[in-house]
Design a protein around this ligand. Structure first.
Ligand SMILES: [Zn+2]
Length: 136
């Protein structure tokens, strides 16, 4: 199920269930308010299943250097991997909703706004992300 489908399903719920879901997000994701724990959670979950190539699902994967991303004025180091089978590279966050986003810490706020049924414009004001970015 894609994130888009999940959001659509959430919007179909009645108000009481949406409220329950919101409480669930607030309670279970409260500790993820900073960006780094979000990444830690993602990489640990992936690593428990072993390194699997996100392109061909081969398990012949090796570490392939590190790279840095700038986030909240800080540099965060992330591991890059390479598949020995198809020779493509990928990272801890490839193919997760966090991939290609520079604002992972904004996701919780965005999810809450979707549950509240706010428009993108309203959500963009509340979580201080441009609504065009939210749209993408
Ligand atoms: Zn591969």
């Amino acid at each position: 199920m894609s994130l888009k489908e999940i959001i659509e399903e959430i919007q179909k719920l009645n108000t009481a269930d949406q409220h329950r879901l919101k409480q669930f997000f607030v309670n279970s994701l409260a500790s993820y308010s900073a960006s780094e724990p979000v990444f830690k959670e993602v990489s640990e979950r992936k690593h428990k299943e072993g390194y699997t190539c996100t392109h061909c699902h081969s398990t012949k994967v090796v570490r392939f250097g590190k790279y840095s991303v700038k986030m909240d004025m800080r540099l965060i180091e992330r591991q890059r991997y390479r598949c020995k089978y198809c020779r493509k590279t990928f990272t801890d966050v490839t193919n997760t909703p966090l991939h290609r986003t520079h604002l992972p810490h904004k996701w919780l706020g965005f999810i809450q706004c979707m549950i509240e049924g706010y428009s993108l414009r309203k959500a963009s004001e509340l979580i201080e992300v441009h609504y065009v970015t939210l749209f993408y």
